[in-house]
Each structure stands twice: as C-alpha cells, then as structure tokens.
Design a protein around this ligand. Sequence first.
Ligand code: PLP
Length: 402
Amino acid sequence: MTDFAATKARFHLPKDVIYLDGNSLGPLPKAAAGRMASAVTHEWGEMLITGWNRGGRDGAGWMAMPTGIGDRIARLIGAEPGHVVMGDTLSIKVYQALASAIEMRPDRKVILSDSGNFPSDLYIAQGLIQSLGRGLELKVVAPEDIANHIDETVAATLITEVDYRTGRLHDMKALTAKAHAAGALAIWDLAHTAGATEVDLAGAKADFAVGCTYKYLNGGPGAPAFIYVAPRHAEVARPALSGWLGHEAPFAFDLDYRPGHGIERMRVGTPPVLALAALEASLDIWDMTTMADIRARSIELTEAFVEGVEAACPMLTLASPREPNLRGSQISFRFEDGYAAMQALIARGVIGDFRAPDIMRFGFTPLYIDVGDVAKAVDIIADVMNRRLWDRPEYRKKARVT
Ligand SMILES: *Cc1c(COP(=O)(O)O)cnc(C)c1O
C-alpha cells in the first residue's frame, strides 16, 4: 500500500489551505523548484546548445525527454511503453489525434462527441471541419446517449472519459468496442483521468488518447500535454501537424516531410525543456504509488465527502454520480449561488472551483489530500452554507478565471 503521508510531504501546500482543486491545477512538488533550477543553471547555463544531446537529469539529452517522460506517463494510463510522447498543449494534441483519425476513415463524415465534453475539444473539431471543407459534421449528443449514436456514418468518436463538470465516467472499454464494431476509431481525452482513475488504454484497445499534465499529474501551469497512438496505427497515422521534430530525420533538413517512426511522428517542434524538468519532479512522486492505490483512496475520500456534505448541507444537490464506480475523482454539487458560495469557501481556505451555470466542483487527490482534510473541509462548507456567509457583494464579483 502506498505511504500517502510520505507522498503528501513531497508537496508544498500553503498553510491553512485545503486544496480541492488539483483537478484543475495540481500543487507544487517541493523538488520541482530545485529540478528546474538545475535545468536552468547547470544544463541551460553550462551546457548551452550541447544540452540537446547531454542535458536532462539522466544525461540522455533534452531531445529524448518527450519520449522518456512519455514512458513514465504510459505506466499511469495503461499504455504500451514507447507509444506516448509529450509536447504542446492538450488542445493541439486533440487536433492531431482527430485529424489523424478522420483521415484513416476517408469515406465517413461524422465526428461523434457529447455535450459533457470540454468546449476546447468541440471547438477544435469545429475548426478542423471548417479547414478540411469536405462536408464533415460534428455530432454532439447527450453523454448517456452516445452509445446509441455510434453507427456506420461515424469516422471517430471524440470523448472525454471523465466529465469535467459532473465527474461522470464513460465506459471506455464498451464504447471503444462499439466504435470498432461500427468501423469507427475511438479517441479518448484523459484530461480528468490521468492520475485520477485507473485506465487501461491497451486493454480497452483505444486508438488514440490525449491528456494534460497540469491537472492531477501536478506538472505545473502550462505543463506539456501527451498523446498516445495505438501500436497498430503508429506507422500509419499521419500526424497532421508535420513539424520538423516529427520528421524521420530532422537534422537531414530535407525539403520534403517524411513522418518519423512510431510515436516520434506526433512531435511537432522544439520541446519545452524547462516545463518537462518540472514534470519530472512530479513524476518522481508518482513512482511512489500505483493507480490501483490511488483509485481506492480516492473512492474513500469522495465517499466521505459526499456523506459529510449531504448530511450538513441540504441546500446542495449532488451533481456527480452517487455510485463511485461511475465517477472520476471529483465531486460536484449544484447550488444556484454556487459562484458566490465558492468564493466564500476560498476565503476560508477551502479551494475548489465553479463551473457555469451552477456547479461547485471539488477534486480529490490522494497524493496530498487525506481524510482529515476532508473532515475539515466538510466543517467549513457546513458553516459557510448554513450561515449564508457567501451572501455578500464581494463574493459575487466574477473574476476572469472561475
Ligand atoms: C483541461 C482540458 C483542456 C484544456 O486544454 P489546454 O490546451 O491544455 O488548455 C482540454 N480538454 C479537456 C477535456 C480538458 O479537461
């Protein structure tokens, strides 16, 4: 069993804060500052351009970091080693996966997604359809209906496994099997899955998967995204964004693009070396645990939270599935004045976030949140809600980021 007291000690957590927003931005691993400082002063400072060949903590070179770190992520998402690469942001990786997938089904017109998907994924699909101009259509259906809409018209499904608002969890294995039976490809967005729940990409036979590393994986603001391509497609998928670092031989400086081998082709341009260094420090903490342990503890925490809040706060309505196996690692409650209520909670040190129109969202992250934190958070929420401490003009003022 994981020593969760030891993992918690590896994070910098501000005093008097109970941080229930690691589903949006994970906290700072204490070792990240030192690792970044070393990457700056020792590697960038001393190695200069030679760092591309001999930089990085293991001396394998900065250029090898996107695949080296991709392998460490692969372990957390059930991917085969050698089939995950880091780079860019999640929105870009959604574009690449989607463009590659629909090109593999040239005679089909439908991209199928659901209304619980994160808007950026839908916007990226809309923009891509417009650029391609070949009559593709984005079909957005209710999350619970998606299986009923998988048919022979669908080129690819584009589904986020855990709903960012409610935490509702899709059945990856069943939906992927259904997509394959209809001849479609399945793209999975793991933004709220990676580091949150157990997932078995290889076992589910997912075709493509993408995700970010600044949420549950604690890689820091703007940390790079990852992309997975199933081994059976790795030498076939065209990466759509044909940058020089996805070329078969970037330093041949050929005038024509030839895709690189396997997952290397999903690289686009120069990797974010300093951000990858911060992510390495976080992944060292992930080496102290397994996703099975994380999932078991996460369920324990979310169950305690739901029970405590429902007992103390009748004005809050559970928006997440009640059955733990049907949700990710977050709990959402509906409340009409949810924005103001969340601001009041943040002022009291319980940090969650708000998603329009009325969702108060709390993320549970066993690496640094324990049952004592949950009990304290429940007490503060009960106090703020029952005494209507949120009902003040300053808590209604909307900030740019909610
Ligand atoms: C967080 C999130 C994003 C954000 O994309 P970025 O390019 O990293 O800003 C996209 N899709 C989903 C499903 C998300 O949860």
